[in-house]
Design a protein around this ligand. Structure first.
Ligand SMILES: NC(=O)c1ccc[n+]([C@@H]2O[C@H](COP(=O)([O-])OP(=O)(O)OC[C@H]3O[C@@H](n4cnc5c(N)ncnc54)[C@H](O)[C@@H]3O)[C@@H](O)[C@H]2O)c1
Length: 369
């Protein structure tokens, strides 16, 4: 039987949620030559019809109607509390699912969703847009090839200041609810970097101690500022921080033979003992600190980027290859979020109980704790 790649078949996709960040995805599924936008559903987005008119597909009347469409996969970009029910319904109906972070609002929900996916025999993948970025691909290769020596620590901060913008939102604005978000700024923002940090080091986080607070945004229930110290299975330490009340993004990684920092999604500064030639980063002057500017993260809708995570999902489904971010990694992220929030609430160190380590290809590899 011909594979998708051989037959030229296109993955038939439905979008659940089109109004927020997903408005950037319709173009990709409509324009990528290996996918077809078949249906869209968003009960509150007046723009769904326009997206359908521009990029294809019909506007489905309900979640059930969308899932019952002639589609292979559903891309879910709805508020966090809807993820478990919507993803479960799609999987049980025989659809593959690409789901936004955080996977669910609680660890128990994430574990339940993973079981539903296993029982369905369909693929549940997590969408992590950091992996679109060739800078992080280069950094992972740098680590693997020992350009920075033995890595000892990683520091990540994602802060967007959006809490102030939300001051005049209605009381039922879902990001203002601790229960709907699954915490606060840390659940929504730090999950990007704790996922990336574990991917870069290829190690699960096994222990954390955290402090969360609401410093400036009392119109929001959850934390608007939170920091977690984390320990990886290999012994490396890290600090992961998130904030809705202040601004700025940066990630730095420190090894025995060099250091690397990526600031505000555009500037890299690094110094190492050996050269490195990557796709985005050229480092040809060992022993010298360089500043490389203009390394902007690629647009989320750019299907010509071979690392675009929507494109990679489509390719994996058609070619029968592993997805970049299998559900098991999303569950691990939820374990860390859960442990960090318990630590913050109890001001104690809390172990992350990792029963298994999920390898990049989704295989259960080994017990790590
Ligand atoms: N990967 C990223 O870069 C990124 C960025 C932002 C948000 N997110 C994640 O994406 C998800 C959505 O976030 P957002 O910022 O787009 O939120 P949003 O509130 O801006 O948009 C959510 C959309 O879902 C729609 N919706 C609500 N109920 C629905 C239902 N029953 N069926 C279908 N659609 C429904 C809403 O009408 C709205 O258009 C969240 O899980 C969030 O964490 C990811």
């Amino acid at each position: 039987m011909a594979t998708g790649a051989e037959s030229g078949r296109r993955l038939r996709v439905g979008l659940l949620g089109t109004g927020g960040v997903a408005s950037k995805y319709a173009a990709l599924y409509g324009e990528y030559p290996r996918s077809l936008l078949v249906a869209l559903h968003d009960p509150f987005d007046p723009g769904a019809g326009e997206l359908a008119a521009r990029f294809g597909g019909r506007v489905a009347a309900s979640v059930e109607d969308l899932i019952a469409s002639d589609i292979d996969a559903v891309v879910i970009s709805t508020p966090n509390p809807l993820h478990l029910a919507q993803a479960s319904a799609a999987l049980k109906a025989g659809r593959h699912v690409l789901l936004q972070k955080p996977m669910t609002v609680t660890l128990a929900q994430a574990e339940e969703l993973e079981r539903v996916a296993e029982d369905s025999g369909k693929v549940l993948a997590l969408y992590m847009n950091s992996l679109d970025n060739p800078v992080f691909r280069d950094l992972r290769r740098m680590i693997t090839e020992g350009v920075l020596g033995k890595v000892g620590s990683i520091n990540c901060k994602l802060a967007n200041g959006m809490g102030h913008v939300w001051r005049n939102r209605p009381a039922n604005f879902w990001r203002g609810s601790r229960a709907a978000v699954g915490g606060g700024s840390f659940a929504m923002l730090a999950c990007h970097y704790l996922n990336l940090a574990q991917w870069l080091l290829d190690q699960p986080i096994i222990r954390t101690t955290a402090i969360g607070t609401n410093l400036m945004c009392d119109h929001i229930e959850g934390d608007d500022l939170m920091s977690a110290i984390v320990e990886f299975a290999g012994g490396e330490l890290g600090v992961i921080e998130a904030a809705w009340c202040v601004k700025g993004e940066q990630m730095s990684l420190h090894g025995s033979a060099g250091s690397f920092a990526y600031i505000d999604n555009s500037v890299v500064t690094m110094k190492a003992d050996s050269p490195f030639i990557g796709e985005a980063i050229r480092y040809e002057t060992p022993g010298t600190r360089v500043v490389l500017d203009g390394l902007l993260a690629p647009a989320m809708s750019d299907w010509t980027n071979p690392y675009n995570q929507h494109r990679c999902f489509v390719d994996a489904m058609l070619d029968g290859t592993p997805v970049p971010m299998p559900a098991g990694k999303g569950v691990q992220d939820m374990r860390v979020l859960d442990a960090a929030y318990r630590s913050s609430a109890g001001a104690v160190h809390v172990a992350v109980h990792v029963a298994i380590h999920v390898a990049d290809d989704g295989a259960v590899a080994e017990a790590v704790a």
